[in-house]
Design a protein around this ligand. Structure first.
Ligand SMILES: Nc1ncnc2c1ncn2[C@@H]1O[C@H](COP(=O)(O)OP(=O)(O)OP(=O)(O)O)[C@@H](O)[C@H]1O
Ligand SMILES: [Mg+2]
Length: 299
């Protein structure tokens, strides 16, 4: 396990923060923490990083207690609402960041060129940060996080300031980092992002972990087929794939794996059904999320 926490708790004078969180993050996975504003996502990450001292419980990263200096070298961190040194250029920020990581100057220069290409800021490195747009700031922050080529990345809402194109680019960067074997811990409220890139997700509400699992463990998303001519034979045959076949008007809802979709279609057609559309039900993560955390305001 790359990250392991045991009843980890951080409160501020008995309030806020998060409580009794035990979880494991495996090597090479994208693990997402999902929660409303104030759920405790950033406090959790800051506690793991050793920036905040836990109230109780404990945790290890790469087998070492949190705060271990050797382990910190293996961690990249993109904080939320990162405050930039506006008088520096993008290049200078990255360079200074490399120095903080005690990288050698030649390595920093070499790595900055790679990082600028990865985060899409090549050509903007000599502009001052005060001239950067919000999206560019978020990218340079991501650049700082990956500069030292760390094994683990904590990204606290890495796409909150980005437009849809920028979001896709960051998702692609995250996917590439995953391909390189990095472990990524992501804080976000963007459900679509979680669906697209996470291996596992935990839902946090008012400091408590309510759900944890892979997307398929958490949501069993049915396939919806629009069919004309639904009949008894058809439905009884479909029940072999899923005993609970839901029918309403000209729609069949059935829970099957992708590999069984052609067989479902075939069964319908053999029984004289006319298929107009087949698709998987969407936005179920949103449904699960709202059902889990409720719709009332943040705490
Ligand atoms: N330094 C602090 N002192 C007192 N309370 C704090 C402190 N930091 C966080 N909190 C409280 O702890 C709770 C969790 O905050 P946190 O910033 O971790 O939430 P979050 O899930 O990251 O929210 P967001 O999505 O808005 O970033 C909130 O109630 C917040 O007010
Ligand atoms: Mg936060």
């Amino acid at each position: 396990m790359v990250i392991q926490t045991y009843n980890l708790t951080k409160q501020f004078n008995g309030k806020g923060g998060f409580g009794n969180i035990s979880l494991s993050v495996r090597e090479g996975e994208v693990f997402s923490f999902l929660g409303k504003n104030g759920a405790g996502k950033s406090t959790f990450v800051r506690t793991l990083l050793g920036i905040l001292y836990p109230t109780s419980g404990n945790a290890t990263i790469l087998g070492k207690r949190i705060g271990n200096v050797e382990v910190r070298k293996e961690i990249g961190y993109l904080p939320e609402l990162f405050q930039y040194h506006n008088w520096l250029t993008g290049y200078e920020l990255l360079f200074n960041h490399g120095l903080l990581y005690k990288m050698n100057k030649q390595d920093i220069k070499y790595r900055i060129e790679e990082v600028l290409l990865i985060v899409g800021l090549k050509g903007h490195e000599n502009k001052k940060l005060k001239e950067y747009s919000k999206g560019m700031k978020q990218r340079i922050g991501l650049g700082c996080a990956i500069l030292s080529n760390p094994k683990i990345l904590f990204l606290d809402e890495p796409t909150s300031a980005l437009d849809p194109v920028g979001r896709k680019q960051v998702r692609d960067i995250i996917s590439n980092l995953k391909k390189q074997g990095k472990t990524i811990f992501l804080n976000t409220h963007l459900l679509s992002e979680v669906e697209m890139i996470s291996d596992r997700v935990a839902i946090l509400d008012k400091g408590q972990m309510k759900k944890i699992g892979t997307m398929t463990e958490l949501i069993n998303s049915p396939v919806i087929v629009s069919v004309e001519n639904i009949n008894e034979n058809m439905v009884s045959e479909l029940k072999k794939f899923d005993p609970i076949v839901n029918i309403s008007n000209n729609q069949i809802e059935i829970c099957v794996d992708d590999s069984n979709i052609p067989k479902v279609a075939n069964t319908i057609v053999r029984n004289d059904g006319l298929i107009y559309m087949i698709k998987r039900k969407e936005n179920l993560l949103e449904e699960l999320f709202i059902n889990t955390v409720g719709e009332e305001d943040e705490r």
